[in-house]
Design a protein around this ligand. Structure first.
Ligand code: MD6
Ligand code: FE
Length: 216
């Protein structure tokens, strides 16, 4: 299985432009992986994954948690960045250097220097989970990019345009891939197709996605 994933990865170009200001960096996590996974386990213990409810009353199939100064939450009142985890009443776990430094390095490889995220949304997809087409527009600083790290099972990422009905391109995101996007693409519609069944040699039957944001 490991060899199959490696074989697929080796046929990919190291970087691919998704749109103006948006680039896909293949296998960008590299040797940061062990420290990253160890720190993720600590975060998830302190702030477990949960299925948020949208303002429309729909329970999301993706389970979420956060680290950093603020975390992204959704409930009947709407979407917002909140310093407090509503499940525990405590502040979110801080963003460890392993995560922060990976985000800054990827941003810089993507052409954005001095990226200083204050929030990291952590998404967990089990087979069947999906993320409907959306824009990320709850951040006050739309000048900063978002850095998105994929771990575990491969997923199909849908990348559209600035309107909901613009044509979408599909990209296969695999373990260790990073997408950096900002500039003219910052408000592009995007989503994730339902995750196929599978077993990843490191992560098991799931995909984890980290999105680093500068919210203010
Ligand atoms: C995901 N990602 O890949 C979901 N948003 O699981 C996102 O929604 C996303 O990858 C903004 C910027 C990059 C992303
Ligand atoms: Fe998003």
């Amino acid at each position: 299985m490991t060899d199959l994933f490696a074989a697929i990865r080796d046929t990919q170009p190291p970087r691919e432009n998704l749109g103006e200001g948006a680039v896909l960096l293949r296998d960008c996590v590299g040797t940061d992986e062990q420290a990253l996974l160890a720190d993720l386990r600590i975060i998830v213990k302190a702030a477990p994954f949960r299925h948020l409810v949208t303002p429309g009353g729909h329970t999301m199939s993706v389970a979420m948690t956060n680290c950093g100064r603020v975390g992204w939450v959704s409930d009947a009142r709407g979407y917002r960045y909140d310093p407090v985890d509503p499940d525990s009443g405590k502040i979110w776990p801080s963003m460890p250097p392993s995560l922060r430094n990976l985000a800054a390095r990827a941003a810089s490889e993507g052409g954005y220097t001095d990226f200083a995220p204050d929030a990291c949304l952590i998404n967990r997809y089990k087979p069947g989970a999906k993320l409907s087409l959306h824009q990320d527009k709850d951040e006050l600083d739309l000048g900063a990019p978002i850095v998105s790290v994929s771990l575990g099972l491969p997923a199909t990422f849908l990348f559209g345009g600035l309107t909901r009905n613009a044509a979408q391109k599909r990209y296969r995101l695999t373990h260790g891939d990073v997408v950096v996007w900002g500039g003219p693409s910052r408000l592009a519609y995007h989503g994730v197709a339902p995750l196929p069944e599978g077993e990843h040699p490191v992560m098991g039957a799931q995909r984890i996605n980290l999105t680093f944001r500068k919210t203010r």
